[in-house]
Design a protein around this ligand. Structure first.
Ligand SMILES: [Zn+2]
Length: 394
């Protein structure tokens, strides 16, 4: 079975699905593969038609089932020192190298490789394969897939997100709010500051205010937090503005983010900055020139995964792995989006996040075997109708 998964992984890695490029070749290949097994795929595309999510059900239709979720896009390889072609699976002993092997084409390959087996004897509970695009640039693809899910009895009962956790069960992560603030001032000769409005200096004021807010969040971190760091963190990641040292800068823009811990009132944090801009900063800028403006755009918003001990997703994943407890992960995933749509979700998948996004990303054969065994137990459970608890040793 691992052999079949490795062959599929080789195909998946060969598709360059860096988020900036189309994933349609990969999705088309998967749809053909599933079609060859008699399974229909439903695609939801982006507005330009250049990318698609794929959703396919194995087993009885019309019943809620288990979503197995993976993203098809990968992070760029540009500027990274790879010792082999990142888009060609390179097997060296125990390790299989290639972009996306851990994050997260390895999991997708394992799921696809099990479909023939899943069809061999009937499932009582369906498995839904959910493949998304643009996860790595802010989970932009999967909301359309989630919106297309059926309501009522056919609504999937839970989702397992196969991000690399080394097959640990994770039930919590922070969210991400990715924002872009653009400032427009008024240009003038630098020798006459009263005639201009400096957009860079105004941006600096907002950045200082964000720093104050970050310090408050840091100070408010609960002592018993499972997160590292235990508070909602902020970052200013990029800034650009101005034209020359002797011109008062008309334009400035900066990218910033914050990563709210579950339970944080993220809207209130955002409002704090918006209020500073609207009530304090902008009136002062407008006094300098009436065209002065500040706009903040939400580029991506990933909700946190709120721990929900005893949820059907956590219970099933823990039963399948034999894990005594669920862990917390430092990275954000699509799990929070499924949870926000009323579908309990956990993260559990093969491979290590330590090698994800790195040159010479790899997955071990051992992790593929562990992920495969997890799926085999899931299949056995789905055949029985899910009534008995799965045996993690069987
Ligand atoms: Zn990932």
């Amino acid at each position: 079975m691992t052999q079949a998964a490795v062959a599929i992984l080789e195909r998946l890695v060969a598709f360059d699905t860096v988020s900036a490029t189309s994933n349609l070749d990969l999705v088309g290949w998967v749809a053909d593969y599933l079609d060859g097994l008699g399974i229909e795929s439903v695609l939801t595309r982006n507005a330009e038609g250049t990318k698609a999510n794929l959703y396919a059900t194995v087993g009885p239709g019309g019943r809620g089932g288990i979503i197995l979720s993976g993203h098809t896009d990968v992070v760029p390889v540009a500027g990274q020192a790879w010792t082999s072609d990142p888009f060609r699976l390179d097997a060296r002993g125990e390790r299989l190298y290639g972009r996306g092997t851990a994050d997260m084409k390895g999991f997708i390959a394992l799921v696809l490789a099990r479909v023939p087996n899943a069809l061999a004897s009937p499932l009582q509970i369906p498995l839904h394969i959910a493949l998304s695009y643009d996860e790595e640039v802010g989970c932009l693809g999967v909301p359309a897939l989630i919106r297309s899910l059926p309501e009522g009895a056919a609504r999937p009962r839970l989702a397992i997100i196969g991000e690399p956790t080394g097959m640990q069960v994770a039930n919590a992560h922070k969210g991400i709010h990715f924002l872009r603030t653009r400032l427009t001032g008024h240009e003038a000769h630098s020798s006459m500051p009263e005639r201009g409005v400096n957009a860079i200096a105004a941006a600096a004021e907002i950045i200082v205010e964000i720093g104050r807010l970050a310090a408050q969040c840091r100070a408010a971190a609960p002592a018993d937090s499972r997160f590292d760091p235990p508070y909602t963190s902020f970052n200013i990641g990029r800034i650009a503005g101005g034209a020359a040292v002797n011109i008062i800068a008309r334009d400035c823009a900066f990218d910033w983010e914050f990563r709210p811990v579950p339970g944080e009132d993220a809207a209130a944090l955002r409002r704090r900055i918006d209020d500073f801009i609207m009530a304090d900063l902008l009136p002062r800028l407008r006094a300098g020139h009436p065209d002065a403006a500040v706009e903040t755009e939400t580029m991506a918003l990933v909700p946190p995964l709120v721990p929900d001990p005893g949820s059907p997703a956590e219970t099933l994943a823990r039963d399948l792995t034999g894990a005594n407890e669920a862990t917390t992960i430092a990275f954000a995933t699509e799990a929070g989006l499924f949870q926000a749509a009323g579908i309990p979700a956990v993260i559990c998948g093969p491979g290590s996040i330590e090698v994800a996004h790195q040159p010479d990303e790899f997955i071990t054969r051992d992790q593929l075997a562990a992920g495969g065994a997890f799926l085999d137990r899931l299949l056995a459970w789905a055949r029985r109708g899910g009534n008995e608890r799965p045996n993690p040793d069987g």
